[in-house]
Design a protein around this ligand. Structure first.
Ligand code: NAI
Length: 391
C-alpha cells in the first residue's frame, strides 16, 4: 500500500483550509492550492489561526508548535506543479462538475502514477469525476462533515471503478486524522449514490418538513407552534433548524434530490417563497424567525400537532433500509454509527428494530396524507428483514 506523506489540497475555502489544518496536525506535508493568491493566502492565515487557537488551549500535542506545523505547509496557485510529488490529493473546489473534472484532469496528467485522487464533493458522482482521468481506479470520494476538525465522520466513497486498495488508503488516511470530539468514524460507502450515507438518510425528512411548513402556512399556524411540536426532543425545532442551515441550502439540496432520487423532493411553497424574498434564515437575519439579535427566543409552549419527531425517525429508518436494499453500505450498524459521528444524533436502526411495524403504518398513512409516494415504506422496512441482520 502507498505510504502517504505528501498531501495536496485543491481549494482553500471553508472545507479545504480546515482539512489542511488537520492533515498538518496528523503529520503530513501539505500543499494548499487555490486560483488566486489572495484565496490561498486567506486559507493559510485561517490554518495558522486555527492551529494557534489549539496551541493556546494545549490541544496541539506535546512539544508541537504552530510554527513547526506551518513549516510543513506550502501554498501555490499552480495545480500542475503542486501535485508533482503528491501521494494523495483532496479536491475541495466549488461544487461544479466542469470545474471538478478540469481539476482532476490536471491532477491526473501531472501527479505520480501511485497518487490517489479524492474529492470532497457532497453531491456529485465520483464515477463521473473519475471519468476525467486515466486512473479511475485511484479516484475516490472523501466526504468530510463541516467543520472537519470537530465532526468525526469521513465517508469514503467508491466510484464504479475505484480499486479496493484506493478505498483502503482513503480509510487509512481518514483514520489518521485528529478530531477534537474523539475517534474518527471512516466508513466505506460501497456505491456512488446521491447523499452517500448521512445526508441520504436525512434527506427525505425534508419532504415531510416541506409538507408541514406548507400546511401551517395554509392554516395560519405560527411557526413557534411547529417548533413546539418537536418540544425538547430536538435541540432545534424544524423551523429554527431550517433557518440555521440556510433556506437557500435546503432549496438547492431539494432540487438536487428532485433530479436524482424523486420528484417528491421538490422544494415546498413556503421554502421557495422565502428564497424568492431572500429570507434565508440566520445568514440574512430573517427567516422563519428574526435572528437580528442573535439566536431567537422561541415560545414552544403551544403545539400545532403537525410535526412529529417519531415520524422523522420512521422516515430515516425507511431511507436506511433503502441504502441496505441498494447495497450502498455493508450493514445497518454503519448507518447508525455514521449518523452519530456526522450529526451527533442516534441513527434510526437501534429504535427501529422494535418499532418497525408501528413506523411502517405511520409511513403508509403519511404517504397517503401528503400524496408523496417516496415516503411509502420500502420492502425491507415493511418486512423488518433488517432485524435479523447481525451488523
Ligand atoms: P468554498 O466556496 O468555501 O471554497 C471553494 C474554493 O475552491 C474557493 O476558495 C475557490 O476559489 C476554490 N476554487 C474554485 N475553483 C478552483 C480551481 N479550479 N482550482 C483551485 N481552487 C479552486 O467551498 P466549500 O464549502 O469549502 O466546499 C468545497 C467542496 O466541499 C464542495 O465540493 C462542497 O460540496 C464540499 N463540501 C462542503 C461542505 C460544507 O459544509 N461547506 C460539507 C461537505 C462537503
Amino acid at each position: 500500500m502507498v505510504d502517504v506523506k505528501n498531501i495536496v489540497i485543491i481549494g482553500a475555502g471553508l472545507m479545504g483550509h480546515n482539512a489542511g489544518q488537520i492533515f498538518l496536525m496528523a503529520g503530513y506535508n501539505v500543499t494548499l492550492v487555490d486560483i488566486k493568491d489572495e484565496f490561498v493566502d486567506n486559507g493559510v492565515a485561517k490554518i495558522d489561526e486555527g492551529l494557534k487557537k489549539l496551541e493556546a488551549k494545549g490541544k496541539l500535542g506535546e512539544g508541537i508548535s504552530t510554527a513547526d506545523l506551518m513549516g510543513k505547509l506550502k501554498k501555490t496557485t499552480d495545480t500542475a506543479s503542486a501535485v508533482k510529488d503528491a501521494d494523495f490529493v483532496l479536491e475541495a473546489v466549488v461544487e461544479l462538475m466542469d470545474v471538478k473534472k478540469q481539476v482532476f484532469k490536471t491532477c491526473d496528467e501531472n501527479a505520480p502514477a501511485h497518487c490517489i485522487l479524492a474529492t470532497n464533493t457532497s453531491t456529485m458522482s465520483i464515477t463521473e469525476i473519475a471519468s476525467a482521468t486515466n486512473r479511475p481506479d485511484k479516484v475516490i470520494g472523501m466526504h468530510f462533515f463541516n467543520p472537519p476538525i470537530l465532526m468525526r465522520l469521513i465517508e469514503i466513497i467508491a466510484g464504479e471503478k475505484s480499486s479496493d486498495e484506493a478505498m483502503d488508503i482513503g480509510v487509512q488516511v481518514g483514520q489518521s486524522l485528529p478530531c477534537l470530539r474523539g475517534k474518527r468514524f471512516v466508513p466505506k460507502v460501497l456505491k456512488d449514490r446521491p447523499g452517500f450515507i448521512v445526508n441520504r438518510i436525512n434527506a427525505p425528512v425534508q419532504i415531510y418538513m416541506n409538507w408541514v411548513f406548507d400546511q401551517a402556512a395554509e392554516k395560519g399556524i405560527p411557526w413557534e407552534q411547529i417548533d413546539g411540536d418537536a418540544g425538547s426532543l430536538m435541540p432545534m425545532g424544524p423551523c429554527e433548524l431550517s433557518d440555521y442551515v440556510g433556506i437557500d441550502t435546503l432549496f438547492h439540496v431539494g432540487n438536487y434530490y428532485m433530479g436524482t432520487l424523486s420528484p417528491d423532493f421538490k422544494p415546498g411553497k413556503v421554502i421557495s417563497k422565502m428564497v424568492e424574498d431572500k429570507k434565508l434564515g440566520r445568514k440574512t437575519t430573517q427567516g422563519f424567525f428574526d435572528w437580528s439579535g442573535g439566536r431567537p427566543k422561541i415560545d414552544k409552549s403551544q403545539k400545532a400537532g403537525l410535526f412529529n419527531v417519531e415520524t422523522s425517525m420512521a422516515i430515516m429508518l425507511n431511507e436506511g433500509c433503502r441504502l441496505l436494499e441498494e447495497k450502498v453500505v455493508s450493514g445497518f450498524k454503519v448507518i447508525d454509527e455514521a449518523n452519530m459521528a456526522g450529526m451527533n444524533t442516534p441513527g434510526p436502526f437501534a429504535g427501529g428494530k422494535k418499532q418497525f411495524e408501528k413506523w411502517t403504518k405511520i409511513l403508509e398513512e403519511l404517504a397517503e396524507k401528503t400524496g408523496k409516494e417516496y415516503l411509502k415504506p420500502c420492502e425491507l422496512m415493511k418486512t423488518g428483514g433488517f432485524v435479523s441482520m447481525r451488523k
